[in-house]
Ligand binder design. Structure first.
Ligand code: H2U
Length: 338
């Protein structure tokens, strides 16, 4: 008896994290009588006098956001990590703690309050990518910074505090959990096969054409085989690069095109400004040899079946492991066709 991926419960393996996910495609028709969110999309003005990220406005800390015209990065006024905190380690029986240093930044994508990445031109998105490259390099070369996490929380549903187009960077001295897992599995593959894990995976996806949403000469956009969130997607550069600073300008333009296409498709899916948490995973910056790292960007969007019905990671997901109903192939087909 072999699995029918459209009908039979099965588990799929995440080659990057080494974790399993439960897929239950036969549950697709289950009724939903739970929470329905209020649809958030309201027409926004290009300038909001109360927004702390709009040019010329005063932030909550009293600092003034300058009259920027393109992108703008500043140290988070409420940084979760600080550059000069103590670093000693405390061990008390079974209790362990260690001081952690870091630098947190806020990255404004555009001076225009009404936009999101999906509304921005490819050229404007390329400027955001150039800023990410600059920040990765500058933060990564600092003494106490061994990892740089670039991310965006989009939409109130994902905890975003302000609709002005922006993302964040948290950089720190230790290497975070998700990155450690991905380092371990990429290294293992590299040592075994002498090739980047994601180069091999991408080739398999390109051959299969089942989960690819979009591709250009520089990057591919796909729903990973092991996707957890309903419309989870990944952007993978075709060339094996450890981090985004290695991209040529042609690759930056290709990446901006991939970002544009994916975010527009997301918005069209449920005719809403699609919420998500997106992040770039790339080589740590502690100076060790990370030749096996292949940078990629992952989108975790919470919406399940409409602009107002979301997936909750609760119950079994919290206590056992992640689970999904629609398969990666179903989600990819929907996004590809838009
Ligand atoms: P989020 O929307 O993803 O929460 O990001 C906004 C960040 O902006 C948040 O981390 C910071 C918050 O600390 N912030 C400032 O740095 N200055 C302010 O005046 C308000 C918010």
């Amino acid at each position: 008896m072999s699995i029918d991926f459209n009908e039979d419960p099965h588990r799929r393996y995440n080659i990057l994290t080494g974790e399993w996910i439960l897929v239950s495609p036969h549950r697709n028709k289950r009724p939903w009588q739970g929470k329905v969110e209020e649809k958030q999309d309201k027409k926004k003005e290009s300038y909001d006098p109360k927004c702390y990220l709009c040019p010329g406005n005063t932030r909550a800390s009293g600092a003034v956001t300058p009259e920027y015209t393109d992108t703008y990065a500043f140290i988070n006024d409420y940084s979760a990590l600080l550059p000069d905190s103590p670093t000693d380690e405390i061990v008390d029986g079974l209790l362990r703690a260690k001081g952690e240093r870091g630098i947190c930044k806020v990255i404004c994508f555009s001076p225009d309050h009404s936009l999101t990445l999906a509304d921005m031109s490819r050229e404007a998105i390329a400027n955001v990518i150039r800023l990410w490259q600059k920040e990765y390099k500058e933060l990564g070369t600092q003494e106490d910074i061994n990892h740089v996490q670039i991310f965006e929380n989009k939409g109130a549903m994902m905890g975003c505090s302000n609709p002005h187009p922006h993302g964040q960077i948290w950089s720190q001295s230790s290497i975070p959990n998700e990155v450690l897992k991905k380092s371990h599995h990429q290294k293992e593959y590299w040592e075994d096969k002498g090739e980047s894990l994601l180069s091999a995976y991408l080739q398999q996806e390109i051959d299969a054409q089942e989960r690819i949403i979009y591709a250009n000469e520089e990057c591919a956009v796909l729903v990973p085989y092991w996707a957890t969130w309903p419309y989870e997607a990944m952007i993978i550069p075709r060339r094996h690069m450890r981090d985004i600073s290695e991209m040529t300008d042609v690759e930056v333009v290709g990446y901006s095109d991939a970002l544009k296409v994916l975010t527009v498709k997301f918005d069209r899916l449920f005719d809403t400004s699609f919420p998500y948490s997106a992040g770039i995973h790339q080589a740590p910056t502690d100076g060790a040899d990370y030749d096996y790292w292949h940078w990629h960007m992952t989108f975790y969007p919470p919406l399940l079946r409409s602009a107002t019905v979301r997936k909750f990671m609760v119950g079994y997901e919290m206590f056992a492991n992640a689970q999904r109903d629609i398969t990666a192939e179903m989600a990819a087909a929907q996004l590809r066709d838009l």
